[in-house]
Each structure stands twice: as structure tokens, then as C-alpha cells.
Design a protein around this ligand. Structure first.
Ligand code: ADP
Ligand code: PAZ
Ligand code: K
Length: 243
């Protein structure tokens, strides 16, 4: 049994994994993270043999995670995933491969191994990242845009009269400010994805993951798969597949 951990810029997600299949997932907001909170959440878990971590968050967060793991399970082996040049059938398309976020790298590995076809991967988290992979496992590059919450926060902090609300509204023409911001930012995300798909010269499977995946998928004009645990599933492949 192993514990898989994905530390993003908004939330820390984890999954309990048995033989590569994910059997339990949970999450906590970064704003609520502390040694005590993680101990409370994790001490009820069975003792893992391996803890695998993906972290695009601050080094202090990684250090916190490792310290809690060592406190709860002193003999357990901790593996911290790193972006590679080639791994699990994927070839990194960045000119400086190590600069590609490890969460994006792991999502590419998951898609290569689960779907085995050309795909456009959209991680709808704090940022919205778009990555393209061909049917041979070559990463063709990516794009980075603000996520829905970041877009709303940018409007609120960059203007005098726009408030921030995390509330969701019915998408479309709005007759008030908050609903207009909510629809405008949601449509911006959909527009990015639809343009990427429209410009594709070969067929790709569109796959969405991340906290806002379902909300964005609901509004998209093109067909897509929502796979909530792509990063954690990729983490499992990266740690347990013999190269
Ligand atoms: N319960 C929730 N708590 C916080 N954010 C949520 C929640 N449900 C959906 N979201 C949305 O998901 C985004 C975070 O998605 P997530 O994939 O966890 O991001 P990251 O990997 O960057 O931490 C937030 O920006 C927010 O818009
Ligand atoms: C783009 C990201 C901020 C996305 O992080 P997330 O929204 O999942 O928290 C992260 O993958 C990252 O820090 N990437 C490094 C730069 C790059 O991928 O080019
Ligand atoms: K993301």
C-alpha cells in the first residue's frame, strides 16, 4: 500500500493506492495546512510502505509533508517525483525539460499510459495548463493561463470597483457584476480550450483534470473526458513502473 500526495498551489490532495489503483482520495486547502492538521488527517491511514510526492508548491510545504510522514511512519520510504527528460513512455518537449512543472509531467505520464493516444491535457487548477502529447508519447509543448479563481482575484485586486466572490452563477449574459465576472472568466477558460482544439491539425482526445475540470467541461462546446486524479495516477506510474 502506498500514499500518493499532490501538493498544488491551492490544495494538497492525496490518495491511498493499492497495486497502482487509487482507492481513496481527499484534499485540504493550503491555507489550512499545518503539522497538526496533517497529523490529524493522516494518522488514521494504514501504514504505507512508500509515500510518493508531487509538489509544485513552496519548498517549505514539501518539507512539512516529509516531516509529517517521518513523524507518523518513521521507517516509510519517501519518493519525491521530479520532471524527467524521458519517463514511462513520455518525452519531454521543453528546451529545459526540468522547468516543466512536475504535476504537468505526471499528468502526461498518466495519459500516455492510460489513454495511449494523442491527447490535449488541461489541468484546471490554480493555473490552467494545457499540454499536448502525440500518439508516440512526444510532448509537443504547452500553455499556461490563470485558473478561474486567479482570474477573479486578479479583477478584484486590479480594479477599484470589482469585488471577489467564490460563488458560482449560471453561465451566460449577466445582469449583475458578480455573475458577469463569473461568466466572463469561465468563458475565457472555455475559449482557450476550444481554440486549442480548433487549431489542432490531427485528432486529439481532450482530457480535463483539476479542481475546476467539471465546471469547465459542462460549458465546453467540444467533447472531453474529465479525469479527476490524473496527477496522482501519473505519480503512481512514475514511482512503480520499472524503467
Ligand atoms: N472545495 C474546493 N476548495 C478550493 N478550491 C476548489 C474547490 N472546488 C473547486 N475548486 C477550484 O479548484 C481550484 C484548485 O484546483 P486544484 O486542482 O486543487 O489546484 P492546485 O492543484 O493548483 O492546488 C481552485 O482554484 C478553485 O477554483
Ligand atoms: C504551472 C503551474 C504553476 C501549475 O500549478 P497548479 O495550478 O497545478 O498549482 C506548475 O505546473 C508550475 O509551477 N510549473 C512550472 C513552470 C512550467 O510548467 O513551465
Ligand atoms: K494546474
Amino acid at each position: 500500500m502506498s500514499l500518493l500526495i499532490d501538493s498544488g498551489n491551492t490544495r494538497l490532495k492525496w490518495a491511498w493506492s493499492d497495486n497502482g489503483s487509487i482507492v481513496l482520495t481527499d484534499a485540504v486547502l493550503n491555507s489550512q495546512l499545518s503539522f497538526t492538521v496533517l497529523v490529524e488527517l493522516w494518522h488514521v491511514l494504514p501504514i504505507p510502505q512508500i509515500v510518493a510526492v508531487s509538489c509544485v508548491n513552496a519548498p517549505q510545504t514539501l518539507a512539512l509533508i516529509v516531516s509529517v510522514v517521518k513523524f507518523l511512519w518513521p521507517t516509510c520510504c519517501v519518493v519525491v517525483a521530479q520532471t524527467q527528460i524521458v519517463q514511462c513512455g513520455v518525452r519531454n518537449g521543453y528546451t529545459q525539460p526540468e522547468k516543466l512543472g512536475v504535476d504537468r509531467w505526471l499528468a502526461l505520464i498518466a495519459v500516455r499510459n492510460i489513454y495511449q493516444q494523442a491527447a490535449c491535457i488541461v489541468d484546471c487548477g490554480t493555473a490552467i495548463t494545457v499540454d499536448l502529447i502525440d500518439a508516440d508519447g512526444q510532448h509537443l509543448g504547452g500553455m499556461i493561463s490563470p485558473g478561474l479563481t486567479l482570474m477573479k482575484q486578479a479583477l478584484s485586486t486590479g480594479t477599484q470597483q470589482l469585488p471577489y466572490s467564490e460563488q458560482n452563477y449560471i453561465a451566460g449574459w449577466s445582469n449583475n457584476t458578480l455573475a458577469g465576472i463569473d461568466s466572463g472568466t469561465l468563458f475565457a477558460a472555455c475559449g482557450l480550450i476550444e481554440r486549442v482544439i480548433a487549431l489542432q491539425s490531427f485528432p486529439v482526445q481532450l482530457i480535463l483534470t483539476g479542481g475546476d475540470a467539471a465546471r469547465i467541461a459542462e460549458q465546453l462546446a467540444c467533447a472531453c473526458i474529465v479525469d479527476d486524479n490524473l496527477v496522482l495516477r501519473g505519480l503512481s506510474y512514475s514511482v512503480f513502473t520499472v524503467q
